[in-house]
Design a protein around this ligand. Structure first.
Ligand code: FAD
Length: 276
């Protein structure tokens, strides 16, 4: 099976951000990824910007996969978004539950979990979309238990997903164990590791706290020891993440999905060092 490499963007908010993303996209396009994906803000807050960003990528000749989160949405709402993507020739989606912005706890809407969204997309649109789902090798922060989270992942995969992308992690064992456990439960779709380059200590620790990804003690301590020395942070981050990617690929990971944060340099450097 050929390996799948993909890059994730978020939809920029300003004209400057849009221009910067075009440059990033042009740099990363030279690496010929399978697709670019574009995130979707909680509660649909970026709906138009996600579509706009995706269409621009598509017009540049690449497969573009919008993320779609369902929490807080009605079936009509999701149906309209799916139709808009179909009308624009989009065949690829990353289907998610998403998280409600704080203070909206009572507005869950009709979809409680991502497996319900996957089922809905299949029911409404058949095989039109190639559906990616999220996976959590270190377990989702709200999971009742690892076993329960695995059950939920298996249910979501079997609801009609084509492929999964993981939350980022720096413990390769967690990934391989998760994949083995899912496969033992009959999951056959590729589970592609999500890769977060390390370029900024504060940002990394903030994201990781929020999404439940563990930054191992030795990495945290090394990063802290560099203080504001950004060059050392970046050099160390490149070494660590390139090593992780190399190990994942050597041990059979079916590709890599880079959380680029709309920056090209770290992803491109890791890519070149991997000799891809
Ligand atoms: P689910 O698969 O629904 O799981 C959420 C939680 O509910 C888990 O704890 C699970 O164990 C539990 N659960 C699942 N199904 C059931 C069930 N049937 N019964 C009981 N419990 C259940 N967020 C955004 O807002 N926009 C994005 O663009 C975005 N992109 C992402 C891309 C990737 C690759 C990843 C890994 C995450 C992304 N996220 C995004 C974050 C994601 O929305 C959050 O992690 C969210 O909390 C969970 O979404 P999910 O689709 O994994 O949820």
């Amino acid at each position: 099976m050929s390996r799948t490499f993909s890059f994730e963007f978020f939809p920029p908010k300003t004209p400057e951000g849009q221009e910067k993303l075009r440059i990033t996209r042009d740099v990363l396009a030279q690496l010929k990824p399978k697709f670019f994906s574009v995130t979707f803000g909680a509660g649909g807050s970026t709906r138009d910007r996600t579509l706009e960003t995706v269409l621009e990528i598509q017009q540049s000749g690449f497969d573009a996969a919008p993320h779609l989160s369902c929490v807080g949405s009605s079936p009509d709402n999701i149906r309209a978004i799916l139709q808009q993507y179909k009308d624009n020739g989009i065949h690829h989606l990353v289907a998610l539950r998403g998280d409600l912005p704080s203070g909206m706890g009572s507005e869950i809407g009709s979809f409680r979990y991502a497996n319900e969204l996957v089922e809905f997309i299949r029911k409404e649109t058949g095989d039109w979309f190639n559906i990616e789902i999220a996976a959590y090798p270190e377990y989702h922060p709200q999971a009742k238990s690892p076993a329960d989270d695995l059950d939920n992942f298996v249910r979501k995969a079997k609801a009609g997903a084509n492929s999964a992308i993981t939350q980022y992690f720096y413990n390769a064992d967690a990934y391989f164990r998760f994949v083995a456990a899912a496969q033992a439960r009959g999951v056959t779709i590729p589970i592609v590791p999500g890769i977060m380059p390390i370029t900024n200590t504060t940002q990394l620790l903030r994201f990781s706290d929020a999404c439940g990804a563990e930054v191992p003690r030795w990495i945290r301590l090394k990063l802290a020891s560099f203080g504001d020395d950004m060059a050392s942070i970046r050099a160390f981050g490149l070494d660590v993440v390139t090593g992780l990617c190399q190990h994942l690929l050597e041990q059979g990971a079916p590709g890599l999905h880079f959380y680029t944060l709309n920056q090209a340099v770290a992803t491109r450097t890791i890519w070149e060092r991997l000799g891809l």
